[in-house]
Structure formats: C-alpha cells, structure tokens
Design a protein around this ligand. Structure first.
Ligand code: FMN
Length: 242
C-alpha cells in the first residue's frame, strides 16, 4: 500500500469531525435556550460536552443540572446555520462580538423549531430533531487547568442520559431498543463545515465564516509554554520557505 508523506501542521482548531448536537437548556425565566455544539463524545450512558464556560448553555446546565441533547439529522443544516453565531447571553462577550455573534433571546423562532415537553427534565425537546436525549448533570471540570490564562475558558461537562426519544422511522425493525444505523444520518462538523454520511458539504457553514486563526488564542497559553506550541510559527516559516 502506498501512503503519502507526513508534514507538520499547527491547526488553530482540532475539529476533526464529530456529530452536531442542539443542546436545549432552561433559562432563568423558564424559557428554553438552544445552542448548536459538536464537541461531544459518548460512553456508557454518559456524554461529555466540551463547552465554552461563558456560554448561556453552560451556565444553564450548571445552574439547573439539566439539559436535552437533540441530535439533528443531515436534513437540518439550514437550522444549524440559522443558529450559528447566536447566543442567549446578553451582553454578548467581546470574543463573540468580534466574530459577529448576536444576542437572540428566542432561538426557537429564529430557527423555526417546535418545543415539546420532556418527561424528566424542564428544558423542552426539539420536535424536528430525530433523536432527543433527556439528561442530568453529573460533573463539570475546567479544561487546561495547568495553563493560568486558559484555565476554565472551556469546560468538560459530563451528563447522564436519562431517556431516549427517536423518530419511529429510525427504530431497527424487530428490535425494541435498537437504532438502525442504516437509517440514522447524523450531521457531522469537520473544521467548522457541515457534512452528512454522504460525499460533499451539506451547505456552506455560517460558523465557518469565522476564520480558523481566530481560535488560535484558545490553543496557546500566553503565560505558560507547552511542548509543540511553537509549531505554528515553524510551519508558517517552512511554508513560506524562510
Ligand atoms: C455546528 C456548530 C458547532 C459548535 N460546536 C461548539 C462546541 O462544541 N462547543 C462550544 O462551546 N461551542 C460550539 N459552537 C458555538 C456555540 O454554538 C456558541 O458558543 C453559542 O453562542 C452558544 O450559545 P449560548 O451562548 O446561547 O449557549 C458551535 C456552533 C456551531 C454552529
């Protein structure tokens, strides 16, 4: 088998590909906020969410101990794009304002989505999503705890899945408790772009209007040096032939 040579690269983001989740969480006034995210991984009945600590969603989950993880299929790229660069937090943080985020108190109207009551938690489920996972908070911990200036900017939030709702069309025929993977078409975000399990982009991603280098500040501490952090300069120098 012939394989290509490797070269060193220093990406500003490590979004190698993971499924898109629409997190619903309860605001202070009892309404439900919605936020797209994709840094999520699954093991047992746990899901660990990588979230900006300052986002409305993180605050809501930590305060109420609850959320719903709604999984859109690959037909909902327009919905994700309509919610990209929005936040339920007012005023909008400097970082987000610089990347053209806007405050949207009612994300349901903005995205044309329909709330459905959940069984065990207060935030609403999103009717249009093929999968809806009612969850409770288990634990939250800051990322990059060893880097004084980055500590706590991002959080790992572990939630436990309490109840699973799926479109009946996704149920594997003859099995009460199995999803048919031939029918489930998750949406995948790779380097800010949106894909399905087919070739090509679903549509141009609104999130990707944020240049990758604008995330560089989240990957490199200004205070404490880490191994490999100079690779970005090294790679650019080599790339330019200097
Ligand atoms: C496709 C997509 C994936 C995203 N993935 C994440 C993510 O994994 N973690 C995160 O903190 N923000 C992610 N974001 C950005 C959040 O949506 C953004 O921080 C938003 O303002 C959160 O909304 P909130 O402040 O109302 O909670 C993603 C956005 C899009 C469009």
């Amino acid at each position: 088998m012939s394989v290509p040579d490797h070269g060193i690269i220093s990406p500003a983001i490590h979004y190698w590909g993971s499924i898109v989740v629409l997190v619903s969480s309860e605001n202070e006034d009892g309404t439900t906020n919605i936020a797209p995210m994709s840094s999520a991984w699954w093991l047992g009945r746990s899901c660990v969410l990588g979230l900006g600590s300052g986002s409305k969603t993180t605050g809501n989950i930590l305060r109420t101990g609850q959320c719903v993880l709604n999984l859109p299929d690959d037909s909902l790229a327009g919905v994700i794009n309509s919610l990209a660069r929005t936040t339920g937090t007012s005023p909008v943080s400097d970082w987000k304002r610089g990347r053209k985020y806007e405050f949207v108190p009612d994300k349901w109207s903005k995205a044309g989505l329909t709330p459905e009551a959940a069984d065990f938690v207060r935030p609403a489920r999103i009717r249009e999503c093929a999968v809806q996972l009612e969850c409770e908070l288990v634990h939250s911990t800051p990322l990059s705890g060893d880097l004084p200036d980055l500590k706590g900017v991002l959080s790992a939030v572990e939630v436990r899945i309490l109840r699973v709702h799926i479109f009946e069309t996704l149920r594997m025929s003859g099995y009460p408790n199995r999803v048919d993977p031939d029918k489930w078409r998750p949406m995948v975000m790779s380097f800010q772009q949106l894909y399905g399990l087919r070739d090509g982009k679903l549509e141009e991603s609104v999130l990707a209007r944020i240049g990758e280098e604008e995330y560089r500040g989240l990957t490199k501490s200004g205070v404490k040096k880490t191994l490999g952090e100079d690779d970005d300069e090294l790679v650019v120098r080599e790339f330019d032939g200097k």
